[in-house]
Design a protein around this ligand. Structure first.
Ligand code: ARG
Ligand code: ASP
Length: 708
């Protein structure tokens, strides 16, 4: 009964109207469909999602678990971002064969390059399984008991799911655990690299322009799905053939104008739109500053090495970009929260909420609970941030010790796994050492371990870091440890289990790392998780309470890496008083930013020639070549590579970023200032056709003129 009430409630909520939100594609009928049509869409909910016949969803894939991609030909051609294909482009590159620098264009299918480990996922069906998942869960249970019952039910639900034997199932919580959906999916694993522009196009503006408008980046790359003869998922084989999709996206040659309808379809990773003010305050005032400071130091050190040495530049390009990306995002997020008075606004909402629920004994204590729990979380959340950033994310040597620590735990508990665990370590280490430079890592370590040792709340400081001289510690570790190069690492792992573990436990890097890992896995994380579980329990009730208390508002479920639809319009914005940013940028802007020889803003001669000759083919517009455009679609990390789709279901752009003033959208979406950034589909075609001269790819696509 309770569940039915919630369900009605979710439906009722989807009926009021506004912008923003990331909606579940199988539940668009009703409010979302009307809203989309009011914004100019000519599509029905069924055109977007239809389990039984071809619909837009059949062209959308989760790309390698983190990004989105879309199918743009009947031969399984995938379009995604350059930064999503980056790891693959890098792994096929060397100083002699630098596809990052020069781009890569397969001139035939035979030249397309396999990528071991890469996979893409289609979503075939979505079922609401809330009723089954909540079966036997009662109010008298503790949070832990509830969760364990839910987990057991999920196992049963997954086992009973109707699916083909090559398909998989997944169950995910929505609305903070008030709703559960089951996904039936198909994973394809023979994915080949087809094309990528040089970094000077695909990553033009690099970290300086990242998260910014005006933007001029051709952030795209091309891959292809291969399948067996029955079009089913199959391991890599020479005999596999291009995958034949149920649907692929035609590409519009007509471009965009301000106010045009846009739909972005993809896999947003994570948002937290319904946090209480105390939580946002903690993130913005405590957690973000700690992480920003650590990364700032990492970036300064690595940047110097990269500028001085081409090999290090290739080795560290991907790592650097990854660290820089969120470093910059958190800075923007903090500024946005401050500027939009997000905390004060949440507090006002909470006063209103508290007034409305003051006689409701289920809800009246929620905000107090949050206050108490976030206070309790404060120290351990900061400790966790320091540990994660220093021991896991930024110092590679320490990350290696975490893997070794888990190895030691596993083989000690289960000695028969020794051989296979050791093999796994050796395999993983090959890739890691290929891109490892001990000098760089040493400098990073020295700086970061001191920050860790001086800033982490005292109760969480490891014995091994009490009263040490950080420079001496660094010297000892980086001269004596066997973890600083591939050969020593391999020799360290030679011998039987006892020998390996005893060698390991005398290695100075491991001795420190083990101490840090013990702190984390035995102290920091268990405490963090225990409090967090309680917070989640409160957050679940709070979510339900918000929806009941403010029935006039519309609530979408926070992003959780599942497939979502977000829609809006092409639109500029006012970044600050007196300034308006237009929604479309052009190739002219690339030339304005051009700095010969600069690694961020260099421009390839061929692109300059095309620009000077105004040789834009059918892709230009009034003698200009559009490059990027802005929309009001509500996106987040994971939406990279998502298609931007017009009112008729054609591809008009490729999502890749958001604007600086709006990066707070993960915590506080504001339609006035939050914008997503897309590459104009015509720029992509122009680069493939005019710049790379790759007609075979253009010929397999379907180019259309919906506006004519
Ligand atoms: N900010 C975008 C996203 O979060 C693009 C990141 C890749 N580009 C870069 N310059 N690092 O993924
Ligand atoms: N650039 C992000 C991504 O890679 C998208 C975003 O955060 O807006 O998914």
């Amino acid at each position: 009964m309770k569940y039915i009430k919630i369900l009605f409630f979710l439906i009722a909520i989807q009926i009021s109207a506004q912008q923003g939100g990331m909606w579940i594609p199988s539940l668009l009928e009703g409010m979302n469909e009307t809203e989309m049509q009011n914004l100019g869409s000519k599509m029905t909910a069924k055109d977007i999602w239809d389990v039984n016949s071809a619909s837009l969803k059949d062209a959308i894939i989760h790309f390698n678990g983190g990004c989105t991609g879309e199918i743009i030909s009947e031969r399984g051609l995938i379009l995604t971002n350059h930064h999503c294909g980056y790891g693959a482009i890098q792994s096929h590159s060397s100083v002699e064969h630098d596809y990052l620098k020069d781009g890569f264009w397969a001139m035939s299918e035979a030249e397309e390059l396999p990528n071991p480990g890469m996979y893409v996922t289609f979503i075939k069906r979505i079922d609401d399984v809330s009723k089954e998942v909540f079966k036997g869960v009662t109010e008298s249970m503790t949070a832990k008991e509830k969760q364990s019952k839910i987990d057991k039910n999920i196992v049963i639900v997954k086992k009973n799911a109707v699916k083909e034997n090559w398909q998989e199932v997944k169950v995910r919580a929505f609305y903070k655990g008030n709703q559960y959906l089951l996904f039936v999916l198909e994973n394809y694993t023979d994915i080949r690299m087809v094309g990528a522009p040089p970094t000077s196009i695909g990553k033009f503006g690099s970290d300086t322009d990242n998260w910014m408008w005006p933007r001029h980046t051709g952030d795209f790359s091309l891959f292809r799905i291969y399948a067996d003869k029955d079009n089913r998922p199959a391991k890599y084989s020479k005999d596999n053939v291009p995958f034949k999709p149920k649907h692929f996206l035609p590409i519009s040659l007509d471009g965009v104008a301000e106010e045009d309808f846009t739909l972005v379809f993809g896999f947003p990773g994570r948002t937290d739109e319904y946090l209480p003010a105390v939580a946002i305050e903690q993130t913005v005032k405590k957690i973000n500053p700690a992480k920003i400071n650590i990364r700032e130091n990492y970036l300064k050190i690595v940047d110097e090495y990269m500028r001085a040495d081409d090999k290090i530049k290739i080795q560290y390009a991907s790592k650097y970009a990854g660290i820089a990306n969120y470093w910059k995002k958190w800075i923007g997020e903090n500024q946005g929260i401050e500027k939009s008075n997000a905390i004060a606004n949440k507090q006002r909402l909470e006063v209103k909420f508290q007034n409305k629920v003051k006689n409701n004994s289920e809800y009246d204590h929620l905000l107090q609970d949050f206050d108490r729990l976030y206070k309790e979380l404060d120290d351990v959340a900061r400790a966790r941030a320091y540990w994660t950033e220093v021991a896991y994310r930024n110092v590679e040597l320490l990350r290696a010790t975490v893997r070794l620590y888990q190895f030691e735990q596993k083989v000690t508990a289960n000695p028969s796994s020794f051989e296979s665990e050791r093999d796994k370590l050796i395999k993983a280490s090959k890739g890691n050492y290929k891109n490892y430079n001990a000098k760089v890592d040493r400098d990073v370590f020295e700086k970061l371990i001191e920050i860790y040792g001086t800033k982490i709340p005292a109760t969480y400081l490891s014995d091994k870091l009490k009263n040490v001289n950080y420079t001496d510690l660094t010297n000892t570790i980086y001269t004596k440890s066997k973890l600083t190069n591939a050969e020593d690492f391999k020799s360290l792992l030679e011998g039987n289990q006892q020998e390996v573990l005893s060698k390991l436990n005398t290695d100075p890097a491991y001795v420190l790392g083990k101490n840090l890992s013990n702190d984390f896995f035995n102290k920091i994380n268990p405490k963090f998780q225990a409090i967090n579980l309680q917070i989640q329990d409160v957050q679940k009730v709070y979510m339900k309470a918000l929806m009941e208390t403010f029935p006039e508002e519309r609530f979408f479920p926070d992003a959780n890496s599942t497939l979502r639809v977000t829609y809006g319009k092409v639109k500029g914005y006012y970044p600050k008083d007196g300034v308006y940013y237009k929604p479309v940028s052009h190739l002219k802007g690339v030339m304005e930013k051009y700095k010969p020889g600069d690694y961020e803003f260099d421009v390839d001669q061929k692109l300059i020639d095309l620009y000077n000759a105004k040789d834009f083919g059918v892709y230009g517009e009034n003698g200009k070549m559009p490059v990027n455009f802005l929309g009001t679609n509500h996106t987040t990390g994971g939406n990279s590579g998502s298609p931007a789709i017009d009112a008729h279901g054609n591809l008009i752009g490729l999502n890749f970023d958001r604007v600086w003033e709006g990066t707070m959208s993960d915590l506080n979406y504001d339609p006035e200032i939050c914008r997503n950034i897309m590459v104009d589909a015509r720029y992509i075609l122009f680069i493939i056709d005019k710049y790379a001269g790759n007609k075979r790819l253009i010929n397999e696509m379907k180019l259309v003129h919906p506006k004519k």
